[in-house]
Write a protein that binds this ligand. Structure first.
Ligand SMILES: Nc1nc2c(ncn2[C@@H]2O[C@H](COP(=O)(O)OP(=O)(O)OP(=O)(O)O)[C@@H](O)[C@H]2O)c(=O)[nH]1
Ligand SMILES: [Mg+2]
Length: 348
């Protein structure tokens, strides 16, 4: 799973990437892609490590890659991203002095993605028509006709400016379009990158946009956050208090991207290690065991599960949790939830 950072010129991509990767200055060659691995700061893991005196603490991670430009050259990378982080400029352009027009910029980016998707649909429609003309078998023809109808509906919506992510689709329709990897179907996080003068506008816009399907928003002054992040803790505190700043913090941003990717964490704890493991929402206990080790999946017997909050409520005393009936025995079909602390039982 990978999130990619895309946007128009001078919207703050590189500044944001530096913040995410803990750098003060842009490195790497101009025009190159840059990849960073971000930790999901999860206080639950730290607390588990303390409670179990774990030797090692391991956080969940995600990959974020900055794409240098929004162009057709980048489309293959855009299309296989699982989420897009899109900074939107809400400050005067430092070079042209142009005032921000965030809604126009959002439309411009969507148009680029939509054009790609319309092209893909047209190619596919042509292929389907040729195949039907050649005399496709009856059953196949029916399926192709229904695919055609779906594509025609999508195309009409795309042409009126609606990205795929905002189009309601049922399970079967989703299955049909899965292989298209529509660029406009990827979930987006609009990072409304504002300066001091555009703080309120950013907040209003965030509220307006966040009701759209497949869309999340976060107003943030990226330049200021980067400056704050590079200061020692005491100086940072002082500045925040003096100017009554309300920094979002890079941790909250990364957590949002994690959620947008459809990921959650389950936790394991012991003397050796306290750790957060990443799974997709909806993963069962069997496959969750498999993320730790394939042998754990193969030899799976059961999972002993307790939510982090319940475990914390008994001061991480597993025996007390057992006595109180908080520790549940779950089978392989159990759907794991975010914050489940799991002790897997398995044969080797
Ligand atoms: N006022 C203000 N300026 C910002 C903010 N974020 C970025 N900038 C400035 O905008 C300019 C562009 O920022 P970058 O991070 O280089 O943007 P970019 O999207 O990587 O730009 P290109 O790669 O040139 O397209 C720089 O001069 C930044 O200092 C912000 O939150 N507020
Ligand atoms: Mg840049």
């Amino acid at each position: 799973m990978i999130a990619r950072l895309i946007g128009l010129h001078r919207c703050g991509k590189s500044t944001l990437f530096n913040l995410l990767s803990g750098r003060e200055k842009t490195s790497g060659k101009f025009g190159e892609k840059r990849l960073t691995v971000c930790k999901i700061a999860d206080p639950r893991v730290t607390q588990l490590a303390e409670a179990y005196s774990s030797k090692k603490t391991t956080f969940a991670e995600i990959e974020i890659e900055e794409l240098p430009e929004l162009s057709s050259r980048m489309l293959p990378d855009i299309k296989d991203a699982n989420a897009l982080i899109v900074p939107i400029r809400l400050f005067d352009d430092p070079i042209t002095r142009e005032k921000p027009s965030p809604e126009r910029d959002i439309r411009e980016i969507d148009t680029e993605l939509i054009l790609n998707d319309v092209k893909a649909i047209e190619t596919r429609l042509g292929t389907i028509d040729r195949y039907i003309k050649k005399g496709a078998p009856k059953q196949e023809r029916e399926e192709l006709e229904s695919e055609k109808a779906l594509l025609a509906r999508l195309e009409a919506l795309l042409e009126s400016g609606v990205p795929v992510r905002q189009i309601p689709l049922d399970k079967k329709e989703m299955q049909t379009i899965k292989n298209y990897s529509f660029a406009s179907g990827i979930p987006v996080l609009y990072l409304l990158n504002h300066d001091d003068d555009h703080k309120e506008i950013a907040r209003t816009l965030a509220d307006k946009l966040s009701s759209l399907a497949g869309t999340d928003t976060l107003p943030m002054n990226v330049k200021l956050e980067l400056e704050l992040a590079s200061l020692p803790e005491d100086e940072r505190r002082e500045l925040i208090d003096e100017f009554e700043l309300e920094p979002v913090g890079v941790d909250r941003l990364i957590k949002k991207v994690y959620n947008l990717l459809g990921l959650i964490s389950f936790l394991t704890a012991g003397e050796r290690e306290a750790r957060a493991w990443t799974i997709r929402t909806g993963t069962d206990a069997l496959h969750s065991a498999g993320t730790i080790h394939k042998d754990m999946q193969k030899g799976f017997i059961r999972a002993e599960v307790i939510s982090f909050n319940e475990l914390a409520s008994v001061n991480f005393d597993t025996n007390l949790a057992k006595k109180k009936g908080m520790l549940r025995l779950e089978g392989k079909d159990y759907i794991v939830k975010d914050g489940d602390v799991i002790f897997f039982r398995f044969n080797v």
